[in-house]
Design a protein around this ligand. Structure first.
Ligand SMILES: C[S@@+](CC[C@H](N)C(=O)[O-])C[C@H]1O[C@@H](n2cnc3c(N)ncnc32)[C@H](O)[C@@H]1O
Length: 299
């Protein structure tokens, strides 16, 4: 298991993608390559895509090591930095039209969360950055300091489903009148002072605020909507799309799009109910607790 990221629902996802030797697959969220390497191991040919150059560099190095260990054919894994909202264009550029399967394992990797300088974590002091793709222009600190109170309220409500959005947005606006909010820990403290919480709460009171900001900075919901539609374009008949989501906003987008394809006669939903990790997996990897896997087949 890589230090970069503990892969979630590995067997369940790859089993349902039904890997066929020599067929082409796209891993749209490469991360530490956990899913991609399993597809390779089962004989698939993979295009691995990630918006974060660090993921691409990590997997390139892993491939060099594993190549010696496991005798993978290097040519069976192609790596590309890019946003999965453009998956059809990118895939075609690399000769991956008519693919047999596509996987989306959404959200951030443990490596991104655990790298303080990336600004995703409320536990480590860092500039509020939160960009998965460092070529993006807008960081989280820009949003926090520029949005109006009303816009902050809307962001926290819609993207964080934060029930204390009103008081939190008020406190953010008062705090930044004194000086701009620049760091993760400054923001986490403002939230902690604004909302009721108990010492033994399982989740940090700033969790939803950080989630909302991250989704906004990376335009995650729109990317997912566009990414699913463009993924269907490059999928061959009987090909499958597997999506692992980690919160209800994402899951809703996946569920609605899959239902639409089924209603249009374009797809058959394979997972009537989403697949969730076993108790053992959750015990070994707390991040897996909210994972939901949905799979659809193109008809
Ligand atoms: C949860 S991790 C994937 C982990 C991977 N499946 C593994 O087992 O190691 C999600 C990855 O998706 C990438 N990502 C998120 N949104 C993206 C997007 N719109 N386009 C491309 N990559 C994206 C992130 O940078 C991150 O590396």
């Amino acid at each position: 298991m890589s230090n970069y990221h503990k892969t979630v629902l590995l067997k369940e996802t790859i089993d349902l993608l039904d890997i066929k030797e020599g067929k082409r697959y796209v891993d749209a969220t490469l991360g530490g390559g956990g899913h991609a390497f399993e597809i390779l191991r089962r004989g698939g040919v993979v295009l691995g895509l990630d918006a974060d150059q660090e993921a691409i560099d990590y997997v390139r190095e892993e491939l060099r090591i594993k190549n010696q260990e496991l005798r993978f054919e290097k040519k069976n894994l192609t790596l590309a930095k890019g946003n999965f909202k453009d998956i059809d264009e990118i895939a075609r550029e690399y000769g991956f039209e008519d693919v047999k399967g596509i996987i989306y394992d959404l959200g951030v990797s443990s490596h991104q969360l655990d790298s303080p300088e990336r600004g995703f974590s409320f536990q480590k002091e860092a500039v509020l950055d939160m960009r998965m793709d460092r070529d993006l222009n807008v960081r989280a600190d820009a949003l926090i300091n520029v949005l109006t109170k009303g816009e902050l309220y809307e962001l926290l409500t819609k993207l964080g489903e934060e029930s204390h959005a009103h008081v939190i947005s008020e406190r953010i606006v008062s705090a930044r009148r004194i000086s701009p909010i620049r760091t993760t820990t400054e923001l986490a403290e403002i939230v902690k002072k604004a909302v009721p919480w108990r010492k033994n709460d399982k989740t940090n009171p700033a969790t939803k605020v950080f989630q909302a900001l991250r989704i906004a900075v990376n335009d995650e919901i729109n990317n997912l909507k566009e990414g699913l539609v463009s993924a269907f374009e490059i999928l061959e008949k009987n090909g499958r799309i597997a999506v692992i989501s980690f919160h209800s906003l994402e899951d809703r987008v996946v569920k609605m799009q899959f239902k639409k394809w089924e209603a249009d006669g374009a797809g058959a939903i394979i997972t009537k109910k989403p697949i969730t990790p076993s108790a053992n997996e959750v015990e070994a990897n707390n991040r897996a607790r909210s994972a939901k896997l949905r799979v659809i087949e193109k008809i």
